[in-house]
Design a protein around this ligand. Sequence first.
Ligand code: AMP
Ligand code: GLY
Length: 448
Amino acid sequence: MTILLLGSGGREHAIARSLAASPRCARLFIAPGNAGTAACGTNIELETGNFAAIRAFVLSHHIGLVVVGPEEPLVKGLVDFFEADTELKFVPVVGPSQAGARLEGSKDFAKAFMSRHSIPTAAYRTFAREELAAGRDFLRTLQPPYVLKADGLAAGKGVVICPSLGEAEAELEAMLGGKFGGAGARVVVEEFLSGIECSVFVATDGADYRILPVAKDYKRVGEGDTGPNTGGMGAVSPVPFADPRTEAGAGFMARVEERIIRPTVAGLAAEKIPYRGFLFIGLMNVGGEPYVIEYNVRMGDPETEVVFPRITSDAVELMTAIATGKLADYQLEVSPQVAATVVCTSAGYPGEYKKGYPILLPDAAPGALDAAASPATDAIVFHAGTAAQENRIVTAGGRVLAVTGLGATLDDALAAAYATVGQISFEGMNFRRDIGQDLMPTPQPAAR
Ligand code: AMP
Ligand code: GLY
């Protein structure tokens, strides 16, 4: 089968690596890809938002499966575009319809959906531009801190948490006043939930579903969860409190499945919203009870870099089953290994940063462009923001690499990841040294 994968980040490198490993993958194209995906297939210069160009490529290259990595093409209706086209409608696509993508594209839609299907989430109300006064009144009924969310896609910056009522009122006014452009034309104001977050990934064909390994990501740029939010500085999988192999984890996941996953998939079906793709449920564990913080309609990044390496069953079969409604027949297999990924970023990220610095990769990586495997340790170097330039690999984004270690324990996985990070360098490289530390078993006091 000839496959087209859309996207260019670490998530896409991780997906590309799993697809390329399948005997069912005859040829893989990645659009636009990065220097790492070039080792898994052929990168092509195609913009993920240019549907006409995607159409021409799919038809001319006899693509038999399209996998959509990021949310933008889904929110813009790529799947509906395929379905409305007499020639494209026979090409299976992994990704929800535009209606399904509203779970990520509109926070108000997501909240209203949860409310219709009694899915646990923070109490909320949505306010439009002309409802500033009502919004202020609602804020006064809540306890600090205050959570304000721009309704639309705002490049991951649309959620603001305000410690005081005064700041929340000012933020609401700024958001409704156009701080995030059209994305903030409506603002969701919600109750703050206190707990530990995790990312639950579900593959669904609209009828059946499979729960993929749970991950935890580290969003803040600084150690000890300090500083501004990023796209993600690292991730680990499994997450002890959500690991079905432990009694507590199995109990937690049973509640997640019963109260959240099942009603979400059933709710989409009941509302006749076609959904064949990945659903990413951002959860807060509030004293053992799961609440939905947000839905995303794609895999997470960097979570994919710890989730996909743990999936040992065939990735092309998984994607095909999702896209063709055959998930009921798919046997998902997951490795018991722990995976931990450490993201290496450009100096200045998540603020302004420079690009184009040469990257020194581990010696063990065979060939300049085939850098995925580091035989020296059980680690995989996933490329995120990289580009190939005259036989060199250079930085081309804020998040540059995601180095995933695998091991029998979290300790082993982290050791493998950090050993390989230690062999990598580029001008201004930054990374967090405390990924996974909060999940380490607390040392027991020595017996006297
Ligand atoms: P997002 O940018 O949508 O990924 O959300 C940003 C972050 O805001 C989430 O990962 C949570 O850490 C936090 N957050 C969002 N909603 C809430 C809430 N109701 N209570 C507490 N934290 C929240
Ligand atoms: N790591 C969070 C996300 O992909 O949105």
